[in-house]
Design a protein around this ligand. Structure first.
Ligand code: SAM
Length: 236
């Protein structure tokens, strides 16, 4: 007999346990996003987290932790967004944002193009390495906010994100718990790239979370980011 595979469904109730303030329309769009994510995850590696409750918490609600730090109408770039985290949940809640999603993996970018279209989100999806995209005049020094989650250590993230920011813009780096060792290790990157760090801690029922904000204080020297792969091999 064939094995019967049953999949649990995402529901508005499960979503509201993680994100109480959701409107019916926002819940409807998160359910579409969940269904598309799980369906495409059968053929393209998008996420290890698949149960509705865990996706609602660790992908959707966690993505929203930095929302209050994003000014109205901000130009936002999500670097290494993967399946769209944290950029797409933020755009569902904040349609005022002008969103650009960047990832170096083509199959993930095709998923992003399709899912943003289905969700009615205005987003530019770019298939590129951050190091190359930041050399494009249309993207360099163009954004108010850069987002990253689970992409690299902070000394690498600063080099990958700060060149995209206008002076006065902020790089929001989403991290799991403590960030002391990482913040210490990025003191040189902070100096070279002229940033000022602020750390915001959050306690959610499923764990401790941190969003580190790096404000860009001066124009980025033209040497940065260095060639693709260099920031990771020889962090500032
Ligand atoms: N941000 C998503 C999340 O939190 O679920 C995805 C995290 S995944 C572990 C890291 C993603 O960053 C991958 O999709 C990978 O292709 C992308 N990535 C890594 N280095 C990159 C780079 N230099 N430029 C663009 N994308 C990069």
């Amino acid at each position: 007999m064939d094995e019967i595979i049953t999949a649990e469904s995402m529901t508005a109730e499960l979503l509201r346990e993680a994100i109480p303030e959701l409107t019916d329309e926002q819940a409807r769009r998160f359910i579409i996003y969940y269904d598309e994510l799980i369906e495409r995850n059968r053929s393209v590696n998008l996420t290890r987290i698949t149960s509705p409750a865990e996706v609602a918490q660790k992908h959707f609600a966690d993505s929203l932790l930095g929302m209050a730090m994003i000014p109205q109408g901000a130009r936002v770039i999500d670097v290494g967004t993967g399946a769209g985290f944290p950029g797409i949940p933020l755009a569902i809640m904040r349609p005022d944002m002008e969103l650009t999603l960047v990832d170096s993996l083509g199959k993930r970018v095709r998923f992003l193009e399709e899912v943003t279209e289905k969700l009615g989100i205005r987003a530019r999806c770019i298939h590129a390495r951050a190091e190359d995209a930041a050399r494009n005049d249309a993207l360099r020094a163009h954004f108010d906010i850069a987002l990253t989650r689970a992409v690299a250590p902070m000394n690498v993230l600063l080099e990958l994100t700060v060149p995209f920011l206008k002076v006065g813009g902020r790089s929001l780096m989403y991290k799991a718990g403590g960030v002391e060792a990482e913040t210490e290790a990025c003191s040189n990157a902070v100096k070279v790239l002229s940033c000022s760090l602020t750390v915001a801690g959050f306690e959610v029922p499923w764990g401790a979370r941190t969003v580190v904000s790096a404000e860009k204080l001066a124009k980025t020297p033209s040497a940065y980011p260095r060639r693709a792969g260099t920031a990771q091999k020889k962090p500032l």
